[in-house]
Design a protein around this ligand. Sequence first.
Ligand code: RIB
Length: 349
Amino acid sequence: MASSVSIKDVAARAGVSVGTVSNVLNRTDGVRTETRARVEAAITELHFVRNESARQLRSRRSRIVAVLVLDVTNPFFTEVASGAEEVLGGAGLSVVLCNSDTDEVRQSRYLQLLTEQRVQGILIVPVGPIAKQVTQLRRHGISTVLLDSKMMDGAACSVSVNDVDGGYRAIQHLLDMGHRRIAFVGGKGRESQVADRAKGAHLAFLHHRGTGGELLSLTVRSLTISGGCEAATQVLEIPAEHRPTAAFCSNDLIALGMLRELSSHGVAVPDDFAIVGYDDIDYAGAASVPLSSVRQPARELGRIAAELLLEEAGDREHHHRQAVLETELVVRESSATSHTSRRRGAPKR
Ligand code: RIB
């Protein structure tokens, strides 16, 4: 509801300039506590409500930053968005969370909508290459930072982790635990970060080729819990003598689905089958068999992406940067049994 009281009325009541009232409204630093209190008292006494649409027209920019992710049902992405919101909220900006559902058409529709809404900026976990869209957004004055992805030509800032190293660590751990037939569970290849995990997994096997063994790639329809159930069914259909004894899943949701489905078929994790996930979402440690996982610093990814966006928005001379963070292998019960000391014999069906 627009207020009939104007920002000038508030300034007059508080005995300050209109600019000071604006600074208080935008939570800008540099306003003395006593002055801020006088302005806030005047806002309350006059029942002032900012006329957002008028402000947007004047500034031609909303105070909104969009975080566009692949799957809002995945706690990894909501943790990333929460980290971004922590930084953006402190700068007086609001965050809207958008879901591309790993669909390029949906992603394009959102980018068009966000351009029309004149958002301040976009943090995006992209589906496929988006260099052209980033250029288009910048023409409309919208800064864009890539999340969980790399911008190889440096045309925008990006924040990601070293997924090749993350995949390597997961397989190295399973090889160290004595496993030789290991499944890698991934999707249809649209996510570059998942492809890098597979690359790291293959690299680890290559570096340990003297130990023999094989890496079996399983493809599921979605990187979700139902995808994990699908992977478990695929494993159970492999004749026992050729069946892998462990799986590295490209995210924790798949790992949790696999854990549930194998357990429901009497397969004991880790005694009959070991599982490692990726992301280390909260549910990983809380699972019925606590899940080993390659931890991504999700909150930090969001914070750094937001800081890069603010840096770019505030500095026309800004130079784009590609921040790459490290992962950490968190070993829990789901892969903690050495294969050599495991119960002999194929897992029960
Ligand atoms: O969306 C698939 C995966 O990519 C997520 O689970 C997270 O690992 C992201 O990097």
